[in-house]
Design a binder for this molecule. Sequence first.
Ligand code: SF4
Length: 267
Amino acid sequence: MKHYLIHPTWQCQNSCSYCWVENTIRNRPDLFNAPPATICEWNTALLRDTPDAVHIAGGEPFLSPVTIPLIEAWGDVVEFSLSTNGLCTNQIDILTNHSHLSKLTSVNVSYHPEQITLEKQSRHLHTISALQEHGYEVIVNIVNYQNNIYDSFQYLRNLKALGVNVVISPYEDSSCLHTLTHNPLQCQAGITHLVIAPDGRAWPCLTTLRSPFYPVYCLGNWIDGLPEDISTHVPYPCYLDCHDYKLKREHIGGDIWGTNPTPYSEP
Ligand code: SF4
C-alpha cells in the first residue's frame, strides 16, 4: 500500500502557537515561498506515480486552488482523506454540493481554540454539520496543548453529543528534532510513504521534513520524477526523534501514515 501525504499549500488563516508549520516551514523561506505546483503538474505526476491513498493537509488545503480539482479528478482511483480547519466555507460548500465522492473516506476538521472567535466557531459547526449531512465521516481533532482541552470542554462535549468523533492529538514538539537519539530505527518511509510539499519536493516522512536537517533528507522533486538514488536520502538507520514511532506506541490512531518504524536490527 502506497500512501502519500500531500500539502498543496502552507498558507493558513490561523497562526496557532503550537502548529508545527509555524515553528518550522514559516521560518524557512526556501520552503514557505516556493511557488506551488499547478493542477496540471499534480495530475501529470499522479498519472506517472499513482498511490493507493492520499491524505491532503496543509497549511489549510482549501486555500489552495488545486485541492478540490485533485479530489474530483482522482477520487475514483485514489482513496482520499483530508485535514482542514473548517474555515473555508465556500470551498466546503463546493465539496458538499458535489455528488458524494465515495473515495474521500474521512474529513478531519481540526479545532483550534487559540484562534477561535464566535464567528469562527459557528463556521466550524456549520462545516461539520454540512459534511455529516452529506455522508462524510467527520473527525474533529484538537491538539493537547496547554489549556486547549480545558477551554474547549463544552464545545467538544456538544460535538460528541452530535455524534462527532473527537480525537485528542499529542502536541508535536519540533524542537526535540535538533538532537539525535541513541536508539536507531528502521521503517518504510520513502518506500511506501512520501510527504510532498506544495512545489512537489518530497521527504520520506513528516519528521524528516520538520527536522533542521530537512535539506539532507529531501528526496528530490516528485512532480519532476524522483531520482533513482532516493535511498541515500532516507535515514537508515534513523537516529531522529521519530514522531511516527511515538504515535505508534502512544496514540490511539497508531501508525497513521503506515511508516511502521521499529528498532533497527543489523541485516
Ligand atoms: S524512523 Fe521515523 S523519522 Fe526516521 S525515517 Fe522512519 S518515519 Fe521518518
